[in-house]
Design a protein around this ligand. Structure first.
Ligand code: HEM
Length: 466
């Protein structure tokens, strides 16, 4: 491993429109190099842990489709590290527990339920846009959009997940952010025996932070439960946040064949929404703004679409779904800069794929960036920004359906993808209506893997009122 040094920044491009989207070897330098030598499926070891690298969609399909899907779980090596963040929430749970939770949680994310949350998304975004307007008036034409968009997304997820105030949301958000940094540091020792002992201080700090977050969330749940119980006799009306929907779903399950979620489980699911739900969506928006800044013709196309489809009407989920070109842009941004750049699994039993047997306990590491940037799947224009490739196909013309995996695959596909789509469109509509964007000369293009795929130095853009 020692010889393959991670490349420093891809480029400091001095405001030109020439930003390379050929990012695989920057984001995953070791894998890009090993792939040249060993192909798209190979075994490597992290300390004592065997990992199967996969960037071959047909292999992935054969290894995980149908009944085989149930033979994969989430890697034990990450479970302990990520416990303070996700607990036993949907992301990390398995088997019957996962199936039961998924059944209770999925309905909360239906378009009808999300429709009730659109107003609060629009309100938070309006505040961000007003702040941008004030910054412009006071002479600041450049704004690090990543920072603002992540803060806006955390406010939105705080409200849509648990209806919490901006201030309380900020407290949970800051603690989760600190936790993410601690977890990222400990990730470097995956597979090293007794690694927890080497990182004793970090492990303790992470667990303490996890407990503080749990306590805040528990107190929110307690007071919300009391309000649901006091309304027990009323008919169930639409709720305006996910916690409310889960509590009411729980209420309905009482005595039914599904078990109710315990308080501990509710806390874990809320943490999962909060963590899984704000940064990924914020990154999709941030990378999109960079792509639009370097492709101004697409700003015009989207602005026109917004005026044609929405015009002066109040925004609702049905109208948002009709913004098809915006959907292509979202897909293309998720393809070029997948916020979740890799996926993990662990074989719970021996799994046969053709002549190969994957032994029980083997970890699988799916290279999403590798798949999304593979010319054999997408053609020679793979590293170009071309939203129109999604015009006729939800897979962007990829030669294999498992070659486009921004939201994962199979039964474990992202439960929050509708929420992302709505939030993305609401935020983008407001930005495009007020500003056009271009790239600041200060921008340094350096996509970096830090659990998610982030711009290492933010995304400073120049804003001009339209
Ligand atoms: C651009 C935005 C998003 C991206 C790229 C994204 C990506 C993903 C991916 C790749 C997975 C599969 C993980 C795996 O297979 O191991 C996943 C699962 C999940 N996501 Fe998202 N996600 C996004 C937004 C959201 C939002 C807004 C929420 C909730 C508020 C959310 C909640 C979840 C949950 C709970 C799971 C676990 C599903 C399961 O295992 O059954 N995600 N997401």
């Amino acid at each position: 491993m020692g010889k393959t040094k991670k490349k420093e920044n891809v480029s400091s491009h001095q405001g030109s429109l020439e930003i390379s989207h050929d990012i695989h070897s920057t984001v995953f330098p070791y894998f890009a190099r090993w792939r040249e030598s060993y192909g798209k499926v190979f075994v490597y070891w992290l300390g004592t842990e065997p990992f199967l690298y996969v960037a071959e969609p047909e292999f992935l399909k054969q290894a995980t489709s149908g009944v085989l899907g149930k033979r994969w779980g989430k890697p034990d090596v990450f479970r302990h590290d990520r416990k303070p963040m996700f607990g036993e929430g949907l992301v990390m749970s398995e088997g019957d527990t996962w199936a039961q939770h998924r059944q209770i949680i999925s309905p909360a994310f239906s378009a009808t339920n999300l429709n009730a949350m659109l107003n609060s998304m629009a309100e938070s975004t309006s505040s961000m846009i007003e702040e941008w307007g004030r910054l412009l008036t006071s002479g600041h034409h450049e704004i690090d959009v990543e920072d603002h968009i992540v803060r806006n997304a955390s406010e939105i997820i705080g409200k849509t997940s648990f209806g919490i105030s901006h201030e309380m949301g900020k407290e949970v958000f800051n603690k989760l952010r600190d936790l993410q940094v601690l977890l990222f540091k400990s990730k470097r020792l995956v597979g090293v025996p007794f690694n927890k002992l080497l990182h004793l201080r970090q492990t303790r700090a992470a667990s303490a932070l996890g407990k503080e977050i749990d306590e805040i969330l528990l107190s929110i749940i307690e007071s919300r439960k009391a309000s649901v119980v006091s309304r027990e006799a009323e008919t169930f009306g639409p709720q305006e946040d996910l916690l409310g929907l889960l509590l009411e779903g729980n209420q309905r399950n009482d005595g039914g064949k599904n078990k109710k979620l315990t308080e501990r489980e509710l806390v874990d699911e809320c943490k999962t929404f909060f963590f899984g739900g704000h940064e990924t969506t914020a990154l999709a928006l941030t990378w999109t703004l960079l792509l639009l800044a370097t492709n101004p013709e697409w700003q015009t196309i989207l602005r026109q679409e917004v005026e044609e489809v929405i015009g002066g009407r109040p925004v609702d989920s049905a109208l948002l779904t009709k913004l098809t070109k915006m959907q292509w842009v979202l897909n293309e941004a998720l393809r070029l800069y997948a916020p979740a750049p890799n996926l993990h699994r662990q074989a719970r039993e021996d799994i046969r794929v053709g002549e190969v047997v994957i032994p029980k306990g083997t970890n699988m590491w799916v290279d999403v960036v590798g798949l999304h940037h593979d010319p054999a799947l997408w053609g020679d224009d793979v590293n170009e920004f071309k939203p129109e490739r999604f015009e006729d196909s939800p897979y962007g013309g990829c030669k294999h359906r498992m070659g486009f995996l921004p939201f994962g695959f199979g039964g474990r596909i992202c439960v929050g993808r509708n929420l992302t789509m709505f939030e993305y469109k609401i935020v983008l509509i407001q930005i495009l209506r007020r500003f056009s964007v271009s790239v600041s000369p200060k921008y340094v293009h350096a996509p970096t893997h830090m659990l998610s795929l982030r711009p290492a130095h933010g995304v400073p853009l120049v804003l001009t009122p339209v």
